[in-house]
Design a protein around this ligand. Structure first.
Ligand code: KIV
Length: 289
């Protein structure tokens, strides 16, 4: 009889020790909740495709976020508004196929929570059927009932407050939020409403770090920060940002752990040179005697 090990990835001896698929060591939303009471930091990173998800499955990351940032990072759009349930499902399916041991959260696309509970439930169902274990919903004002409905329907919901990118035009750009006292008070209220509606965690994006720490102390559910300082219960970054794949994008809150742009350019330049010089393919890279 197989006993599912308790706790998050970091608490486990080795991911390779355990079987995949139905015996996955994937953390559940209960593990995510427990992390806060055990003061264990949560690690979330974006994943949009099968090859990166396969690699991420073997790293000490708790949650893979199929973020609608995929529209900007992968599809080259200026914002996230072009995401649809179908696009998000396609990326979610790719991630779910190769990351059986990670909790997968998929973004509910632009306006999907603003057309009533039935529409939102259909959209969330599409994402869960594609392999997500939970959905992330931006904001709460005006769609609190939808969040409650999803939670009561058995769909775990992660909230997202602060710089919610689906409001980019209303905000007048991707700018730090809740700097004024009234906005900060509203954000705290919204965080409590999200918790009350049943959200299992909340992303806090681009807000002053003191406010993020206050919200973190206020809530029973974990906060996961991006551009919100070290006081949150966990952190999230866009994979391509932390790998340095986009040399022109270097916001203050990103730490680069690799120079991915140089790696790609140098590797492909060497390949091109080898092709042109006739060095590739060599004797070991061909078929036949
Ligand atoms: O879409 C996304 O990648 C996100 C994170 C930045 C939190 O929502």
């Amino acid at each position: 009889m197989y006993n599912k090990p308790k706790g998050l990835y970091l608490a486990l001896p080795s991911p390779a020790t355990y079987a995949r698929g139905p015996f996955s060591t994937m953390p559940s939303i209960r593990d995510i909740a427990a992390a806060k009471s055990e003061a264990r930091k949560l690690v979330m990173v974006t994943a949009y495709d099968a090859w990166s998800a396969r690699l991420l499955n073997d790293t000490p990351v708790d949650i893979l976020l199929v973020g609608d940032s995929v529209m900007m990072v992968v599809h080259g759009e200026r914002d996230t508004l072009g995401a649809t349930a179908e696009i998000m499902a396609t990326h979610t399916r790719a991630v779910a196929r190769t990351a059986p041991d990670r909790l997968i959260v998929a973004d509910m696309p632009f306006l999907s929570t603003r057309k009533g509970t039935a529409h939102a439930a259909d959209c969330a169902a599409t994402l869960l059927r594609a392999g997500a274990h939970a959905v992330k919903v931006e904001g709460i004002s005006g769609h609190e009932d939808v969040i409650r409905h999803l939670v009561e329907s058995g769909i775990p919901v992660m909230g997202h407050l602060g710089l919610t990118p689906q409001w980019v035009h209303a905000f007048g750009g991707f700018t730090v939020q809740a700097k004024e006292a009234a906005e900060a008070a509203k954000l705290k209220e919204d965080a409590l409403r999200l918790q009350d509606a049943g959200a299992f965690a909340v992303v806090l994006e681009c807000i002053p770090h003191t406010l993020a720490s206050e919200v973190t102390s206020l809530l029973r559910i974990p906060t996961i920060g991006i551009g919100a300082g070290a006081g949150c219960d966990g952190q999230v970054l866009v994979l391509h940002d932390l790998l340095g794949f986009n040399p022109d994008f270097k916001p203050r809150f990103v730490r680069r752990y690799a120079d991915g742009a140089t790696f790609v350019r140098d590797s492909v330049t060497r390949y091109a040179k080898d092709v042109v010089s006739g060095d590739f393919p060599g004797a070991k890279e061909r078929f036949g005697a």
